[in-house]
Ligand binder design. Structure first.
Ligand SMILES: Cc1cc2nc3c(=O)[nH]c(=O)nc-3n(C[C@H](O)[C@H](O)[C@H](O)COP(=O)(O)OP(=O)(O)OC[C@H]3O[C@@H](n4cnc5c(N)ncnc54)[C@H](O)[C@@H]3O)c2cc1C
Length: 511
């Protein structure tokens, strides 16, 4: 056991937010240690499981090129990237969170996103167009449809690899298989952390601790306690290591619980996916293209407006709707008209629960657990209700809707009538939880009196207050990077000048 170890800054977690925080703290010239609960082979948290999509505002191709300088001439010419302004990002975030997103955190995310992604490129992260996931080829041209055309080269694993390389290259140790279990305090200030590894329990002292240890979605007991009955039955899409440790440690020293504790990000996820994420398949269990067809439950009924909005703005809330169905499952039904539009790395993988038939009746007969008579009646009524006056266009909200149904489909409604037909079985996959800690915009964790707790900082999934009910796709990684960078900077200055953080704490208290 290392005796009386001491670092200026200790970062708890090894995902995107924590690694960005570590890099940012190092820029302040202080010593930094990263603690990663997972063994090296499973490191990187939820971040590793992502496709690496990052939402960022941009005004046209010229700005995007600052983030993707290597984009080929051919790609520039054959792609319509559109634009996604800060105003559009504000509108989307406000709308999908039912206008509850904390305005200060929202402003921080949106106004710092571009600059932060640029900063990430200086740390070795490469961005590429997200053709497979966020664009459709229309008339020979790739057209992005969801305001989020960027992903990290190599996906989530590539992101963790690049950031880890940058961190270790900066002289930071990443200590794997080491779980932070308790914060140490000197007076009211956090002055270190108690950790456990396979063999030992010991203390590491620090001038500042940054918590980047994720939400509590991998903890079935907390899910049931906070999200509600039935959530114990959800599958966890990502890491098994985010069990709420960071949140608990902070609450234990008086931190303020904040945000949507009964809310989470949850999606349609392959019915037979394992209980926790499988890094070999990663996000491949996603089934996000319900907007191109319909979803039926065990009673043979539709239960959501599959075309209510661009799917980047519905997918994260529809997992909850699937969980609410009898047996916690649904079938997504498509005909051959959209077969080529189904995302290959979600719908054409080996680990997929899929049935096919040349006829709709034949398909319905194969939908395990579904009432076939009612399913057929639902599909017939749906087909009869499809209006054909607006042309089908998957790159915009095309207004091609049904009429006369109690539950409409508001966009992309097409008759399901052209074989072969296929169906995919889904359940609810929980991604991350929305509730967590309250922080200032420079990443200081505040107590229940809203005073910053000296020495304590946080970033990423375990921060509450930004996401409520729903989430704009691709925001989680951007949020982790923005807040991680801010928390790292603040922690480094606090470590370099401990008096300043006491003063900051007192000033904020006098606001
Ligand atoms: C399948 C999937 C696909 C996704 N796709 C996208 C996407 O394309 N774009 C996007 O923006 N978001 C996506 N997300 C959401 C995204 O993963 C999260 O928003 C983001 O990665 C959270 O980053 P984080 O650093 O806060 O948490 P994480 O990356 O989960 O990191 C938390 C870290 O804390 C460690 N830890 C936990 N407890 C302790 C402890 N006690 N001591 C030490 N370490 C601890 C964990 O091991 C882990 O390393 C996806 C998520 C999943 C699961």
């Amino acid at each position: 056991m290392p005796e009386s170890e001491r670092f200026d800054v200790v970062v708890v977690g090894g995902g995107n937010a924590a690694l960005c925080a570590a890099l940012s703290a190092r820029e302040g010239g202080v010593s930094v240690l990263v603690l990663e609960r997972a063994p090296k082979s499973a490191a990187g948290g939820n971040t590793s499981f992502t496709g690496g999509g990052m939402r960022v505002p941009f005004r046209g191709l010229d700005e995007l090129l600052e983030l993707m300088p290597e984009l080929s001439e051919e790609d520039r010419e054959s792609t319509d990237f559109g634009e996604y302004t800060e105003e559009m990002f504000f509108d989307d975030l406000a709308r999908v969170t039912n206008y509850r997103a904390d305005p200060d955190l929202a402003e921080l995310l949106i106004t710092r996103a571009f600059d932060t992604l640029k900063w990430m490129t200086t740390k070795g992260v490469h961005f590429i167009p997200s053709y497979g996931r966020q664009a459709f080829k229309i008339g020979g041209k790739q057209k992005f449809w969801g305001g989020s055309p960027l992903e990290v080269s190599g996906g989530g694993l590539g992101l963790v690899e690049s950031l880890t390389k940058a961190v270790t290259g900066d002289g930071v140790e990443v200590r794997y298989g080491t779980r932070a279990v308790e914060l140490i305090r000197t007076g009211k200030a956090v002055s270190g952390v108690v950790v456990e590894d396979e063999n030992d329990r010991y203390e590491i002292m620090a001038s500042a601790v940054i918590l980047g240890a994720g939400g509590f979605q991998a903890n079935a007991e907390w899910r049931t306690r906070y999200l509600g009955p039935g959530w114990d039955l959800a599958k966890v899409r990502g890491t098994r290591y985010n069990t709420g440790d960071g949140i608990q440690m902070a609450l234990d020293v008086g931190a303020m619980p904040w945000g949507h504790w009964s809310g989470c990000h949850a999606v349609s996820w392959d019915l037979n996916a394992p209980s926790f994420g499988d890094i070999r398949v990663g996000h491949g269990f996603n089934k996000h293209h319900y907007h191109l067809g319909v979803m039926l439950n065990a009673d043979g009924q539709r239960f959501v407006d599959e075309g209510a909005d661009i799917r980047n703005f519905t997918y994260a809330k529809y997992g909850r709707r699937v969980l609410e169905q009898p047996g916690q499952f649904a079938w997504q039904i498509f005909d051959s008209k959209v077969a080529d539009l189904l995302q290959r790395d979600y719908y054409r993988i080996r680990e997929v629960t899929r049935v096919t038939s040349d006829t709709l009746e034949g398909l319905v007969a194969k939908l395990e657990g579904v009432d076939p008579v009612r399913a057929m009646a639902t599909l017939t009524a749906f087909n009869d209700a499809v209006q054909t006056d607006a042309p089908f266009d998957p790159t915009i909200k095309d207004g091609r809707a049904t009429t006369g149904l109690d539950l409409p489909k508001s966009n992309w409604a097409q008759r399901i009538d052209q074989g072969p037909f296929e169906a995919f079985a889904v359940t609810c996959g929980v991604t991350f939880t929305f509730g967590g800690l309250k922080v200032t915009t420079d990443g200081r964790v505040v107590d229940v009196e809203e005073r910053p707790i000296p020495g304590l900082f946080a970033c990423g999934e375990l921060v509450g207050g930004l996401f409520y009910f729903n989430y704009p796709g691709g925001s989680g990684l951007t949020w982790g990077a923005v807040m991680g960078r801010a928390a790292g900077r603040s922690a480094a200055s606090a470590a370099a000048d401990p008096q300043s953080q006491l003063a900051a704490s007192q000033n904020l208290n006098r606001r």
